[in-house]
Write a new protein. Structure first.
Length: 221
C-alpha cells in the first residue's frame, strides 16, 4: 500500500509501466527483423542474428533507446516502421483511472522515460495519457539514460521535486535502483510489463496493476 498523504510528486515510466511493453517487444524482436530482412535482402535468421548482436551490446545505454541512432545504423526509417505496428500500442490495466485519480488529488505528475521523443509522440497519439502530465521528460534531453546517476542529478537541477515526497514507478529494476540510490524515497516496480510474458520482479517493492495502490486516492473504482 502507498501512503498517499506522504506523496506530492509521482514520476512514471511509460513503456512497461503505463503502456503494455508487448508493443515494443513485438517491434524490436519480430517486426523490425522481418522488415530489415525484407529491405536488405537477408534471411530472417540472418537479420535476427545481426540485430540481436547489435542491440544487446548497447542495452542500458542511451543509444539503445535512440530511434535516430537505429535509423542511421540500420539505414531504415525506424519511426515510420514503428508506426506500422502502432495498433499494438495499449495502455496497461487501470492506467487511465490511476492517472485521473492522481490528477484529481492534486499530485504533480511527471512522465520520466528513456523513450525517444518521436516514440513518445506516436504513443501519445494512440492513447489518452498525454494530457495528464505536468512535465514530459525524456532522457534524450539530458543525453543520459535513467540507468545512470548523472541522469537523476540533471533531472533534479532542471525540475522541481523533493526526494522525500516523490514516488517513482518503473518496470526496470536497474532504473529503480538508480533512482533509489539518488535518494528518491519511494520506488515501485511492475511485475509483468509485457502482457504476453509472465514475470515476477524481485528485490524491489512491486505491483501487478495500479488498482492495488489506489486506496487513498479519490476514485470511483
Amino acid at each position: 500500500m502507498v501512503n498517499w498523504d506522504q506523496i506530492k510528486t509521482v514520476m512514471l515510466d511509460m513503456d512497461g509501466t503505463l503502456l503494455d511493453l508487448h508493443y515494443d517487444n513485438h517491434f524490436w524482436l519480430s517486426h523490425l527483423p522481418a522488415r530489415f530482412a525484407e529491405i536488405h535482402g537477408l534471411s530472417l535468421e540472418q537479420s535476427t542474428q545481426q540485430l540481436s548482436e547489435h542491440i544487446n551490446k548497447l542495452e542500458g545505454t542511451l543509444n539503445w533507446y535512440c530511434l535516430d541512432y537505429w535509423s542511421e545504423q540500420l539505414k531504415l526509417d525506424i519511426v515510420a516502421l514503428k508506426k506500422e505496428t502502432k495498433h499494438k500500442i495499449k495502455e496497461r490495466p487501470y492506467t487511465r483511472e490511476f492517472l485521473q485519480a492522481l490528477k484529481d488529488c492534486g499530485k504533480t505528475i511527471y512522465l520520466v522515460t528513456n523513450a525517444h521523443p518521436a516514440g513518445v509522440e506516436i504513443k501519445f497519439k494512440q492513447t489518452s495519457i498525454g494530457p495528464f502530465f505536468d512535465e514530459v521528460i525524456t532522457s534524450h534531453q539530458f543525453q543520459k539514460p535513467k540507468e545512470q546517476h548523472c541522469f537523476w542529478q540533471a533531472l533534479a537541477e532542471d525540475y522541481a521535486f523533493n526526494n522525500d515526497n516523490t514516488l517513482f514507478i518503473d518496470d526496470n529494476k536497474t532504473v529503480l535502483n538508480a533512482a533509489s540510490h539518488f535518494g528518491i524515497k519511494y520506488i515501485l516496480g511492475i511485475h509483468q510489463p509485457d502482457s504476453q510474458k509472465a514475470r515476477q520482479l524481485t528485490g524491489v517493492p512491486a505491483i501487478n496493476d495500479f488498482d492495488e495502490i489506489m486506496t487513498g486516492l479519490n476514485t470511483s473504482l
